[in-house]
Design a protein around this ligand. Sequence first.
Ligand code: DHB
Ligand code: FE
Length: 285
Amino acid sequence: MPDGEALPTAAAAGANATAHFRADKAAAGTGASPERVSAIAKEVLAAVHATIRKHNVTYDEYNALKAWLISVGETGEWPLALDVWVEHVVEEVNYAQRPGSTGTIEGPFYIPNAPTLPSDAKLPMREGEKGTPLVLKGTVTGTDGKPIPGATLEIWSADADGYYSSFAPSMPEFNLRGTVSAAPDGAFRIHTIRPAPYQIPTDGPCGALIRAAGWHAWRPAHLHLKVHAPGYGALTTQLYFPGDPHNGDDVASAVKPALMLDPKPAKVDGGEGLEALYDFVLQKL
Ligand code: DHB
Ligand code: FE
């Protein structure tokens, strides 16, 4: 980031993530019965009570928890906190049995309606965008084995400094974000850059918890995708790079072996880059 520009802060990323969540998802409602709400709420509280008894939690610790919860809300960090520490289990119970490609968490940094692009696409990027050029290539088929013409691939990632557009200052709104339409035979070829490993914001309450507990804040480098088509189950997933130091200890617990890319050196736009192949299989409904 050039000198003099504002550094991304948890406060900014957090407030942004909360605003996007409210706009895109918060109104959906659950339709859950009072019995289900009661059972789930009771068991969450019982788990909290059991932990307090097991560890003889002090009043100072109880007040520290209250202060922490208040500041997670005030800084807008709930989407970050929940997507790092909770979403992976929601994803697991909802999609573990689903046929087709493996999914994982969405995280807090998805934005709908990124620019639409053809099947052979270059994501919006800055002049001289930092980072190794990367081409992701493959096809989208259904669990019935048929290619899905015009399947939609929404793709987003951090840049080579680990920052997401729309959540960090001084970046074009849709940098490294696109909505790609697969070709009539289901094929796609997406030119982007290899993202950097990403640290969840450490200057807010999530960072304070991580420091107080002696944990680390890293996610391994990853590409995010949502792949969908009418008549097929939508897939939300991420793809990872072999050898990343945090593939084995992702703060968000979202790495799965089936999501590892195998990038090979290749010419991209006449220069040195990487090419990775990944095929997506969507559940035929
Ligand atoms: C978070 C960030 C990510 O990039 C991601 O993929 C998942 C979670 C987070 O900060 O909560
Ligand atoms: Fe991410």
